[in-house]
Design a protein around this ligand. Structure first.
Ligand code: TXA
Ligand code: MG
Length: 357
């Protein structure tokens, strides 16, 4: 299939192109577009055949449900069976924005869209291009991240083109996205609200509205071994670069010393190495590829560069990658959740520099 690739200015979207995207979606086709979190691969959520095309284009397992994107809070009633007070509270506070809610499914949403589940994930994005495209389609849009299954979510149109050119009808290039990590997912179908995937809307922000919220146990540990995550997508291998990625955690000086030593050992073995470090420590490493991911003073910058860096590792054919750990404020849960998955939960704890190594 020939993919139509076009650039759209976020500030002044070309309505002709938006109309074209809407028409493709209304006709059952696939359009990739930017959102404020990551690029999404959209199809008509209310059309079982259109949703099925998403799974094929991404190589996504069919039991992994899709998020339904809407543009008005009132649309919730068409997608979900019963909209609780909690859902209204969260919608009023955080929509449009990077929050997805799991609710009981309304009868109009086909099971092909929800991976066979009786629940549905709903999100109302804030990105102006995403909103215009959904509006132009005159329907609701199922949109997973626009990557081939297993790869990091796309934060630039180039990533989408790399993965999906020739597999979708249209790719809208709206430049680099703002947040760079996928939306927070909160499940409101049980007795207590549970965060299934951490994101820009943090645990504290949600607790501030609902009083309390729990974290799914699989979020910061290897859920494939210990727990069964409630978001089916969280159980799959994700984000991992082809090279071996290890997170090194501990006091700063000890981490730097250990990584430099490990790099040297790997280089002697003839392996290509890379280091992912905060901007503040990037100059401390001796390695052929050292990447500054962003400043520890700005978790937003770290979040927005993470997926792009993981993709660069593959482009450069890196064999072994060492990364600093980025624990800290509200966004670090989301950053570490993605980084740990990418590393297959390989973490090396180091202690004070003086204790030997
Ligand atoms: O920021 C985002 O959420 C992006 C943009 C494009 O909106 N979308 C996105 O979709 O990240 P996707 O499909 O890559 O991730 C959706 C996650 C998956 O882990 C899936 O299993 C989970 O949401 N999910 C969807 N529906 C669910 C449901 N009914 N119950 C539990 N988990 C669900
Ligand atoms: Mg995804």
């Amino acid at each position: 299939m020939e993919t139509f690739i076009c650039k759209i200015d976020r500030e002044k979207p070309d309505m002709l192109l938006i109309g074209q995207a809407g028409a493709i979606l209304a006709g059952g086709g696939l359009v990739a577009f930017p959102t404020e979190t990551v690029y999404g691969l959209g199809a008509d959520a209310m059309d079982a055949r259109a949703s099925a095309k998403i799974y094929k284009a991404k190589g996504r397992p069919s039991d992994n449900p899709l998020i339904v994107h809407i543009t008005e809070i009132d649309d919730l009633a068409r997608v979900a069976a019963a909209v609780s007070e909690q859902a209204h509270l969260l919608a009023r506070q955080f929509w449009p924005g990077p929050l997805t809610m799991i609710l009981h499914k309304g009868p109009e949403v086909p099971r092909e869209t929800t991976g066979g589940l009786d629940t549905v994930a709903v999100r109302m994005p804030s990105d102006p291009i995403a909103r215009q495209v959904i509006k132009a389609s005159n329907t609701f849009i199922a949109a997973p991240s626009a990557n081939v299954s297993g790869k990091p979510s796309p934060t630039r149109a180039e990533h989408v083109i790399e993965d999906l050119n020739g597999r979708v009808d249209m790719i809208i290039d709206g430049g680099k996205v703002g947040i760079g990590l996928e939306s927070t997912i909160v499940d409101l179908t049980g007795e207590v609200p549970v965060i299934l995937r951490p994101g820009y809307i943090t645990e504290d922000m949600i607790a501030g509205v609902l009083g309390s919220v729990e974290m799914d146990k699989g979020i910061l540990c290897n859920s494939t071994l210990d727990f069964h995550p409630k978001a089916p997508g969280m159980k799959y291998k994700h984000y991992a670069p082809a090279g071996d990625l290890m997170i090194v955690r501990g006091p700063q000086a000890a981490v730097i010393a250990r990584i430099n030593r490990l790099v040297k050992e790997k280089q002697v073995m003839g392996l290509t190495t890379a280091v992912i470090a905060a901007d503040e420590t990037v100059a401390c490493y001796k390695c052929e590829h050292v990447f500054g991911i962003g400043s520890r003073d700005s978790e937003e910058s770290i979040a927005s560069n993470l997926f792009d860096l993981l993709r660069q590792m593959d482009a450069l054919d890196i064999d072994v990658i060492f990364s600093e750990s980025f624990e800290g404020g509200g966004l670090s849960q989301a950053i570490m959740n993605r980084l740990l998955k990418a590393a297959g939960y390989q973490v090396l704890e180091v202690r004070e520099k003086t204790d030997g190594y």
